[in-house]
Design a protein around this ligand. Structure first.
Ligand SMILES: Nc1nc2c(ncn2[C@@H]2O[C@H](COP(=O)(O)OP(=O)(O)O)[C@@H](O)[C@H]2O)c(=O)[nH]1
Length: 506
């Protein structure tokens, strides 16, 4: 029936043209005007909503760690309101030499050490963006220890660093010491931001950071009773979601300071020689006592009348090494419902964890980043590594810094002990840890979270998203315009002839 009707109306249209010769030009004119109107409408829609060419903003953060300083340049789209565009790491630069806290006696050198990476940053950031690019320096546990030891010296180091950074054409925002709690919390923000967990309100990932002088654990526990230890809690409201984060930073439990603690513990028995199970058989070095005890983490353990040097000899025994490492933890006192170690409150572990910094360096070298491998196998592999003679290790890895190479057995044993005995990861929950260096091209660490916080780049409430993306908007306008035009043509065909036929009827 409808096909017949459609055929009928087509015949009508044909008849109409034949009977009304003036009708064709009118229809053509209307059609042309209609087409022009639609083209104009769609052009306006396309141009009005077209994204402007991508421009970027930049931010620079210097991570002044205990062992070294690293500079990170971040970049994000400039046209997003309130800087809410996705932030990515654009570039990084490792400052040559040691951390700024090692320049306590020559503070000006701390400032000077940053010059090369800063000059690199000047080249990396487009010149017209220099003056508006914020520049931050955050110092962590190395400077915390120097401050404890000698606050005048740490102030001088900060002054020297500040003087040096202000010479560059960026918007200098200050150099300051981060608290352990900030270091832990911003590491957690970085990991979850990069994984897009915050914006989407997904279950968050815990953050495990192992530095040279301190180590941090941060995660959102299940059924967390904050009042049990308020100093371990940080609350955030991000993208409209509330987070009650547990975080703790263990000063002196970074891998360099723990090595000192372990050695200091062993020198108690006899100061002339340390037969160390955590170093490879055949390893033999003469070391300086004053260097070993030159840290507030161990200074009170220095034996009376110790000689100037001691002989550090490797034994390569993983089982014994584990015992040595366990001795640096205190598991006896806990005034809370549960503790990790040294009387520090820790709620039950919950969710997945990302372990970065030295966790990654060490486990990656040892080929142990796969946490689906049973813990017993991990320990067996590490025991084999520890028992390998030192000369063989050097021969097998000529490209690796000897200091790092000598310490992997100790560091591996420390990491496993810290995770299992310290934080209570079991053979089952060990697989919830992922050893990571980067997430989507950006380094895992506290720096990105620190900058996101200081530049207000993570809003407390979820931003209003535009109702449609640009392409969607243009498509809808086009479809609606075509629909109106088609209806208009149909209307013309069906109703116009009847008025032109009337005079004939009359
Ligand atoms: N094996 C290895 N260790 C590293 C490397 N870079 C840094 N480390 C060590 O890893 C530990 C942590 O370094 P880092 O994350 O820079 O911590 P921070 O200096 O305390 O902020 C320190 O003991 C460093 O000596 C690396 O590339 N390889």
């Amino acid at each position: 029936m409808s096909a017949q009707r459609a055929a009928g109306s087509l015949t009508d249209c044909r008849e109409m043209k034949e009977k009304n010769p003036w009708h064709t030009p009118v229809t053509i004119s209307i059609t042309v005007i209609g087409v022009i109107a639609i083209v104009a409408l769609v052009t306006v829609a396309v141009l009005q909503n077209k994204p402007v060419p991508q421009k970027y903003k930049y931010g620079i953060v210097l991570d002044a760690g205990s062992s070294h300083t690293a500079l990170y340049i971040y970049k994000w789209p400039a046209e997003k309101d309130n800087n809410t565009g996705r932030v990515e790491q654009e570039h990084s630069c490792k400052v040559k030499g040691k951390g700024i806290s090692s320049y306590a006696e020559t503070p000006w050198q701390a400032g000077e050490s940053l010059t090369e990476c800063m000059e690199d940053a000047v080249k990396q950031v487009p010149t017209k963006r220099h003056f508006e690019t914020p520049l931050y320096l955050g110092a962590t546990a190395g400077m915390r220890l120097l401050h404890m030891e000698n606050s005048v010296a740490s102030d001088k180091v900060f002054q020297a660093v500040e003087k040096s950074l202000q010479k560059f054409p960026f918007s200098y925002q200050g150099a300051r010491m981060l608290s352990g709690q900030e270091e832990g919390a911003f590491g957690w923000v970085t990991v979850n931001y990069l994984d897009d967990r915050l914006k989407q309100g997904l279950e968050t990932t815990g953050a495990l950071d192992l530095g040279g002088a301190s180590t941090q654990i941060s995660f959102v526990p299940k059924n967390y009773i904050i009042s049990e230890s308020p100093s371990n809690s940080v609350t955030f409201r991000l993208y409209g979601n509330d987070y009650n984060l547990y975080t703790h930073s263990f000063l002196c439990y970074g891998k360099d300071q723990v090595l000192r603690l372990a050695l200091a513990h062993q020198t108690k028995s006899g100061p002339g020689e340390i037969a160390d199970p955590c170093f490879h058989p055949g390893y033999s070095e003469s070391k300086n006592y004053s260097v070993l005890y030159d840290s507030p983490c161990v200074s009170d353990r220095k034996p009376q009348g110790a000689p100037v040097t001691f002989h550090h000899k490797g034994e390569g025994n993983f089982q014994q090494c584990q015992e040595v490492v366990k001795n640096v933890f205190n598991f006896t006192s806990c005034k809370y419902s549960r503790c990790s170690f040294n009387g520090v409150f820790q709620p039950p572990l919950h969710g997945q964890f990302g372990a970065f910094s030295a966790y990654y360096y060490v486990m990656d070298f040892l080929n142990l980043t796969d946490t689906s491998v049973p813990l017993t196998t991990v320990k067996d592999k590490l025991a084999k590594h520890c028992a390998t003679p030192w000369n063989q290790i050097i021969q097998q890895h000529p490209e690796i810094h000897v200091k790092y190479l000598a310490e992997y057995c100790f560091s591996g044993a420390y990491i496993l002990t810290l995770l299992t005995e310290g934080y209570n990861f079991t053979s089952e929950s060990y697989s919830s840890i992922k050893f990571i260096k980067k997430i989507k091209g950006s380094d895992a660490g506290w720096t990105l979270g620190y900058m996101l916080n200081l530049t207000n780049m993570i809003p407390a409430e979820a931003p209003d998203s535009p109702p449609l993306p640009h392409a969607g908007y243009v498509s809808i306008v086009t479809v609606i315009a075509l629909l109106i035009f088609t209806l208009f043509i149909i209307f013309l065909c069906r109703f116009r002839p009847s008025s032109s036929k009337q005079p004939q009827i009359v």
